[in-house]
Design a protein around this ligand. Structure first.
Ligand code: NOJ
Length: 527
């Protein structure tokens, strides 16, 4: 599997996540759309990424900005229509770019016709497509499960006198994947898009899709304190990561593989799964019954940024992988703080070097290549329902979803209208046009890293060996194709003595590396 000749595009490639609302508006709505993305494909090709993953673009009332789907096989008019989608897909393919969609199987919108039917009466044929339960014997919700967005995960429905389950918003009722009709209908959705030619899917909250039989109470988390995320009041033992969900992942994988075999174009499945490594690795399945190709590894996005911790998590992740499991890495996405907001400009450069030199498929979040940092969202512009449900405790995701900045023209070239979320404060300088012409910019660093990663087979596919390094430094070697490439990352803001050897290939500081030292906030690649 690791041999260069056998490597698949998703192993060699770099994935770029687009939040479609915020990439490029083409029609003056203040919200990005598919025609806008199409306009920017040359930028993405020139950046040097291989595949684009689009957060949901399907018909939706937008209670959770598209993660509440009302029609899985149609494009929301805000983004365009199927013709615009087909044009985008063809234009991406012409440029050698793959396109991945966001499949949201755990829940639909409460406006989806399936749910409208399901809630209409207790004996409707679609009743069992969702998860309905009577109130607990003494009244109140059937169990203690908590929505990821806060509050009970159960919503009372007066019309039929039962509760329904929603792991997220009440507007996002959970589908019942134990019902064969649901399974078949959702597999048809995958077929619909695979037939259109998409190269795969990122699968939303895959570890949530099956709940324990009987749905017992989740164990209470004694460590929970007021002001913590309400979701964490209980451990999600019975509401997530059930064995039956692995069988569903395997079924999806079998379909993706079948399309790959029939068309000679391999399709990839990436599972959104927030679990510790030992449980995450099980989502690769087994060689006989593979699960998803890439269970997302969010460790870098969630862990403290210090050399000991980062070194340890690399070692632990590598050790957790089954022999057939290909690694992957994520620094940030639309649900967590941006990397430059967490680390600042200088360490964000070190982080970019880490992301793009580790072993495995990196997913790069749009705007991180400019190091978009903190964006304060004024109270009257908050849009994220997670912030609205638990205000003021730092759960808001709007700051990570602000518009891409293309140039210094009005609204940063994103839109002719006021964007749906504010731009970052320094957008007049921090934009694609300004950074393109500057060899020292974050954008140029990304381009250089992506060129190097492609050129050096050792970085694309080679083995990884962690090296002993002074305090504050993460160092590793990548070997392959007769080359040994060494990556050294100073995670501190002071110079560290380090007797490195070899020829410098790239430093985050641009100008020539200095022998005997790794400078403050420097990342250095040598060979
Ligand atoms: C995970 C998505 O990434 C997030 O944005 C969304 O709110 C939840 N799933 C619910 O679909």
């Amino acid at each position: 599997m690791n041999a260069a000749a056998d490597a698949a595009w998703w192993q060699r490639g770099v994935i770029y996540q687009i939040y479609p609302r915020s990439f490029q508006d083409s029609n003056g709505s203040g919200v990005g759309d598919l025609a806008g993305i199409e306009r920017r494909l040359d930028y993405l090709r020139d950046l040097g990424v291989d595949a684009l993953w689009l957060s949901p673009i399907f018909t939706s009332p937008m209670a959770d900005f598209g993660y509440d789907v009302a029609d899985y096989c149609a494009i929301d008019p805000l983004f365009g229509n199927l013709a615009a989608f087909d044009r985008l897909l063809a234009a991406a393919h012409r440029r050698g770019l793959k396109l991945l969609l966001d499949f949201v199987p755990n829940h639909s919108s409460d406006q989806h016709p399936w749910f409208v039917e399901s809630r209409s009466s207790r004996d409707n044929p679609k009743r069992d497509w969702y998860i309905w339960r009577d109130a607990a014997p003494g009244g109140g919700p059937p169990n203690n499960w908590i929505s990821d967005f806060g509050g009970s995960a159960w919503q009372w429905d007066g019309v039929t006198g039962q509760y329904y389950l929603h792991a997220f918003l009440p507007e996002q009722p959970d589908l019942n994947w134990r019902n064969p009709g649901v399974r078949a209908a959702m597999m048809d959705v995958l077929r619909f898009w695979l037939d259109r030619g998409v190269d795969g899917f990122r699968v939303d909250v895959l570890w949530h899709i099956v709940k324990a039989d009987g749905m017992p109470d989740n164990p209470v988390n004694d460590g929970w304190r007021r002001g913590d995320n309400e979701r964490d009041r209980v451990h999600q033992v019975h509401s997530t990561d059930q064995p039956e969900a692995h069988a569903i992942a395997a079924e999806m994988r079998a379909m993706a593989d079948q399309y790959g075999a029939q068309t000679g174009r391999e399709r990839v499945l990436i599972g959104e799964i927030y679990l510790p490594f030992d449980r995450l690795s099980r989502w690769y399945g087994t060689p006989d019954r593979p699960g998803v190709h890439l269970p997302f590894n969010f460790a870098l996005a969630l862990s403290r940024w210090d050399a000991d911790g980062v070194g340890r998590l690399i070692a632990e992740y590598e050790a957790s992988l089954p022999a057939w499991g290909w690694p992957n890495w994520v620094l940030s996405n639309h649900d967590v703080p941006r990397i430059a907001a967490r680390l600042g400009d200088r360490q964000a450069r070190v982080a970019a070097m880490l992301l793009l030199t580790l072993r495995g498929t990196p997913t790069l979040y749009y705007g991180d290549e400019l190091a978009i940092g903190e964006v304060a969202i004024p109270p009257d512009r908050v849009r994220d329902p997670r912030e609205a449900r638990q205000p003021g405790i730092g759960l808001g995701r709007d700051p990570s979803r602000t518009p891409m900045a293309w140039d210094a023209s009005p609204n940063a070239g994103f839109s002719s209208a006021e964007p749906w979320l504010p731009l970052h404060p320094d957008w007049r300088d921090r934009n694609v046009a300004a950074q393109s012409g500057n060899p020292a910019s974050m954008l140029s660093l990304h381009r250089q890293l992506l060129v190097l990663r492609r050129r050096e087979e050792a970085l694309t596919l080679g083995a990884l060996e962690l090296l002993d390094a002074p305090q504050g430094v993460v160092a590793f070697a990548r070997t392959g194709d007769g080359r040994r490439v060494t990556v050294m990352l100073n995670l501190t803001s002071r110079d560290v003595s380090l007797d490195w050897t070899g020829q410098p290939l790239l430093s985050t500081h641009g100008e020539c590396a200095q022998r005997g030292v790794l400078r403050a906030d420097e990342g250095l690649i040598v060979a």
